[in-house]
Design a protein around this ligand. Sequence first.
Ligand code: C2O
Ligand code: CU
Length: 481
Amino acid sequence: MFQRRSLLKVAAAGGAAALVPWGRLTGSTAADATQGGELAASVPFAHAMPLPAVLHPTRRTATSDLYEIRMRQVQAELVKGLPTTVRTYGGTFPGPTVNAWRGREVVIRQINELDVPTAVHLHGAHVLSQHDGLPMDTIAPGGERTYHYPNKQHAASLWYHDHAHHLEAENVYRGLAGLYLIRDPREELLPLPSGAHDIPLVIRDARVEADGSLVYTRPTDCPHMLVNGKERPYTKVTARRYRLRVYNTCVNRYIRLRFADGTPFTVIGTDGGLLEKPVQTEDLLMLGGERAEIVVDFSRYRPGTSIVLENTAALSTERPEILRFDITRTAVDLSHVPHRLTWRPPLPTPTVERSFELRTFPQMTINGQVYDPNRVDVTTRLGTTELWTITNAEAPTPAGRPDFHLWHSFHTHLTYFRVVQRNGNPAGPRDSGLKDTVTLAPGETVKIKMTWGPYTGQYLYHCHQLGHSSGGQMGRIDIVD
Ligand code: C2O
Ligand code: CU
């Protein structure tokens, strides 16, 4: 069990950030009063890992699947034995998974039965501006809005989450997040693990008090790691390959995943879907908003054994365990990972270059400015290919200090990008594929390129540490004809 005292020590070790009130750092109005209570005990492997509920359409037409979601407050058991009040899509934590098919429209009627405004953003989707869930395009308590998603894009692991201005971090933290998987009949022909062997892992931190209340506060005070809504669960697998869709939905921290025995695994996809070629690794660094699809071969373990997935970026006061896989029995496995997974057309040569500098201090800014929905920061023409240089302007911290608040994860709406360079070197495996979110440690610089489209209108780019975007680390891009 973790004592309040040791957590305070960590906060004190956080240096300058510890001196800045959390609320001011993040734009949150709610957080500063919350440093008090006693933590719920952290008991690993007490829950069987559930799969997120699947949402069923209320109606299907020739072209579209229609859904309805009521955002409402319910109680969920995050930590074993404790009821916790959460904000949900449709009463489940995380929200229900929407299964979409490429080329078939999804229409979701979102009804806000919460007492806070919300805006629903489909992260990773090509959608019209009025369906993008912009920060000022909110649904008032008691109101509703219908969002249209064309799904004219590759198969990929998306997610929907709240984006209401200044509220998104806390809303997502309190539960307003759910998966949205776009499938493609052509991708289904690949021999990858599928069906019951294709499993999402939605990973996030939390702080649950001994009385069950969920407290929104700085990530160094959030020691409860949840997978699919439960603290550090276990799951039974057979000795064969599995496809795991890993999401980091933490609002304010990165995770670094690794199997306890260093077992390698195969990355087959990232934010924008499958990679052209699979990549072997033992270690996965993910900041909030990022996705990785990996194939793990459990046939290397004897039935009856267990293997733990760990977070090597856990604080010294936290448990590293995230999830335990229990290997139950041998299994026939006809799946494999082909050497070539897909083909992506190369992007045209960029004709416009821009630079963006992200800062944590003295406040959350991009190029020195705080988000203003009425100020257009970037205007570009539909179809323009651009090269963006993104810099995390904070200096690196001495090793071992918690520095979550100094990291940034740069996210673009509407379009995917490719990472061209990291710190002057060609992008490595961790930056491969189509990305919509890229991680920057303090002092790092990345170059990304993207083609703006397929729609005109008002969109966003921002840091996906949602405490940062809530605090104004966000810009407006208008795409014009
Ligand atoms: Cu997932 Cu604008 O965000
Ligand atoms: Cu940031």
